[in-house]
Design a protein around this ligand. Structure first.
Ligand code: ADP
Ligand code: MG
Length: 737
């Protein structure tokens, strides 16, 4: 059934041609027990490889059941191997980490049998080779003879008509060798058994035919016992491996070598952790830089906000507000837009408490406070902030019910004393102070002051009222009667004849929207002695030089109309439609949302690109480190994958088994990392640094990182699969052994 006619096998190695064997003609029949002998290097193994279809031949003809095979493709030889050949090797080629049963089972699962169909069959075979009681023992714990019997059991399980054994007793003591040979002899009745041995004496009693090789040629071919002729062999049946079997083997491989599993797991664990921390740090830096550049312009960065000015630069009338309000997507209008962007600070010098944020209208406050109480009078305030914020979460006792000074940051003065009575948790990156109308008015006055520049004329000369210089600074003071001004005795030289009494000060406020003037008459001059009684203020030295006027006169410099307002939309997705409708009302618009994205394109874009590049480089470096570690771990599995290849697994199946193995580990690592993060999130594990980073990543980011992980796993497995299939199976065996 297996016939060679003048077949030669050559090896080409760096230009040198060596002959494996030359012009071999031989014909094997079912029922034979063929023993091939010959000194080392005479071509025995090469002959067996050609007969098994694992190696090609260069010359001559090989017939399988009378069919010539020189035109056979790789796939056809594979089919031949699966149907006809069972191999037994000198070094067993078993999966050491599997049990005896699992080793035999493996070949059947790979060839499409299902687990429950083969249990009885495997047990019977194990009884036949006298290993039934060791069926649950790991192969690594067996003796050489026992191992070889497992290999025989594995070859038998496939029920192939041909068993090819290359020096099966080479590594065995004589007693084990004898039992192995006896089993081989026992099964040779209806099969063709071809074995190679150094020690002919050992096999003599079983052999039906002896072949001796020398220098690549058959020099002796002697039939010792006549066997029946012309039995048609029954090919072994096989199918594609089932999905369930793949899953079973893949999972078995994942966990059966614990150190390997732990090592791979650790690599993946650190990979996920590093990816997540790198990514969240990137997002944090991105967020911080965006916030930083942005604060200079707008404090309120709500993406639902649109800033409005009229095209003709005039102020908004009630009619304008009515029209704006009637648009569909408008949630509410903040007429005095300055309030939104004007940062204020509350200070308690005794406790060193300093709170910085924006003022909000208490009428916009909804719901109830989370800590403390609701305000009872107009000097009481609610503070809103991020729940995890240090002051909000840890210092609530200090903040609540303590007297705080509202500071005019420009002038460095305190302009009123207020009390924070309630805390509200809000997801905002800056504190918000919900204030009464009275407090808002104070804030508004500060903002007006800040955005305006006041000039005045005295005795025909123009002066500028500087905000940070007390000298000739115009300020409001309730002690001054309307229409009057008190000036320092030190500045009387500015007035003609050194007398300022009854001189008129003409004040003008100009800003980007309007110009407004008012006049007051100087009625008194103050000095160190009368300063306190005239102004009600204490520190003369700090104030000397100021020009004090009545608050009404001061405020008359400021137009009470609104030149810039903001609207907040209900649905941010519709914001561009709303913007268009506003523009149709002759209004100039500015979307906060868009300014956020490109506030300062030059610098921020470069910084951002650098951050992205650094992050990507780190991810790539991490990938290669992981890849090389996993490759080293997998290298120990070369033999395994070569073995399953010999047992009939295709490249695709081998890769799928590896996929299952790596995906199981990587998913497990991912789940454990996420589980750990959940523990941190729910404060079961207290790690504030990690918790802080976590606030910057969303579900979408977790999914993205998961996808990166899976892609990396896939890349690793396909690269590894490629590398193990580059070499032929036999070559890998020869090199590894
Ligand atoms: P045996 O099994 O009888 O000891 P082999 O079949 O292994 O002998 O080797 C036969 C001849 O082929 C030897 O000369 C050996 O050097 C050569 N040979 C075997 N395998 C290779 C190979 N992969 N590349 C080159 N030469 C080889
Ligand atoms: Mg050999």
């Amino acid at each position: 059934m297996l016939k060679l006619k003048d077949v030669s096998k050559f090896y080409y190695n760096k230009g040198i041609i060596t002959a494996g064997f030359t012009k071999v003609s031989v014909d094997f029949k079912l029922g034979e027990f063929v023993v091939i002998t010959g000194e080392s290097g005479s071509g025995k193994s090469t002959l067996l490889n050609v007969l098994s279809g694992t190696d090609s031949y260069e010359e001559g003809e090989m017939y399988i059941n009378g069919v010539e095979t020189s035109h056979y493709t790789e796939a056809e030889f594979e089919d031949y191997r699966k149907k006809y050949i069972g191999n037994i090797f000198q070094n067993f080629n078993l999966v050491n980490s599997y049990s005896v049963y699992q080793n035999v089972e493996l070949v059947l699962l790979i060839n499409g049998y299902t687990k429950k169909d083969i249990k009885e069959k495997i047990n019977n075979i194990l009884k036949e080779v006298d290993l039934y009681r060791f069926r649950r023992t790991k192969v690594s714990k067996l003796s050489g003879g026992q191992k070889q019997r497992v290999a025989i059991a594995r070859a038998l399980a496939k029920e192939t008509p041909i068993i090819i054994a290359d020096e099966p007793t080479g590594n065995l003591d004589s007693r084990s060798a004898k039992s192995v040979l006896e089993i081989l002899h026992k099964i040779s009745k209806d099969k063709l058994v071809i074995i190679v041995t150094h020690n002919y004496d050992q096999v003599e009693e079983y052999a039906t035919r002896k072949i001796k090789m020398h220098d690549g040629r058959i020099i002796e071919d002697k039939v010792l016992v006549k066997t029946k002729q012309d039995i048609v062999p029954e090919a072994s049946k096989y199918a594609n491996i089932t999905f369930l079997s793949k899953l079973r083997i893949g999972l078995r491989n994942t966990f059966n070598i614990i150190p390997k599993f732990l090592l791979t797991f650790l690599v993946y664990f650190f990979m996920v952790a590093a990816l997540l921390s790198e990514y969240s740090s990137f997002k944090k830096a991105d967020y911080e830089s965006g916030k930083m550049g942005y604060n200079g312009y707008f404090q309120n960065t709500d993406d639902r906000r649109i800033v409005l000015q009229k095209n003709d630069k005039s102020y908004f009338t009630d009619e304008d507000y009515e029209k704006i309000k009637s648009l569909s997507n408008i949630d509410y209008i903040v007429k005095d837009d300055l309030l939104l962007d004007n940062a204020i600070s509350f200070v308690n010098e005794e406790t060193n408490l300093y709170l910085y944020g924006t003022a909000k209208d208490i009428n916009r406050f909804t719901g109830s406070v989370d800590v403390g109480r609701t305000p009872q009078n107009e000097n009481e305030i609610i503070i809103a902030g991020f729940k995890e914020d240090y002051y909000i979460s840890q210092m609530a006792d200090q903040i609540l019910e303590s007297n705080l000074q509202l500071q005019n940051m420009m002038r460095g003065e305190y302009v009123g004393s207020y009390r924070i009575v309630g805390i509200k948790y809000e997801d905002i990156n800056q504190y918000a102070f919900y204030c009464s109308d009275a407090v808002l008015q104070v804030v508004k006055d500060m903002a007006d002051d800040y955005y305006s520049s006041i000039e005045f004329t005295l005795s025909g000369k123009k002066y500028k009222s500087e905000k940070w210089n007390t000298y000739m600074q115009i300020v409001a003071n309730v002690n001054i009667p309307k229409g009057e001004a008190y000036v320092s005795a030190d500045i009387t030289y500015l007035c003609s004849n050194y007398s300022c009494r009854n001189k008129v000060i003409s004040m003008t406020n100009s800003n980007i929207y309007y110009e407004q003037s008012n006049e007051v008459k100087i009625t008194k001059s103050y000095n160190k002695n009368n300063f306190n009684s005239l102004t009600g203020l204490k520190k003369y030295d700090e104030h000397n030089g100021k020009i004090f006027v009545n608050p009404d006169d001061y405020e008359a410099l400021f137009n009470k109309n609104y030149f810039q307002s903001s609207v907040f939309v209900k649905d941010v997705k519709e914001i561009y439609n709303t913007e268009k409708k506003l523009q149709d009302l002759n209004i100039k618009t500015l979307l906060i949302k868009d300014t956020l994205a490109n506030w300062d394109e030059g610098v921020s874009q470069v910084l951002r690109i650098m951050q992205v590049v650094v992050t990507i480089v780190l991810i790539i470096v991490m990938f290669f480190i992981s890849y090389f570690i996993i490759k080293i771990i997998l290298k120990s599995r070369n033999i395994y994958f070569t073995t399953i290849r010999i047992l009939g697994a295709s490249k695709k199946v081998s890769k799928q088994l590896l996929d299952i193995e790596l995906l199981t580990v990587s998913n497990l690592a991912y789940i454990i990392v996420i589980g750990f993060l959940l523990l941190v999130h729910y404060n079961i594990v207290n790690l504030s640094y990690i918790k802080d980073l976590m606030t910057y990543i969303s579900i979408r980011d977790y999914i993205l990182i998961y996808i990166i992980l899976i892609l990396m796993t896939e890349l690793i497995s396909s690269k590894f699969a490629k590398s193990i299939f580059k070499k032929s199976a036999m070559k890998t065996f020869n090199e590894e052994v």
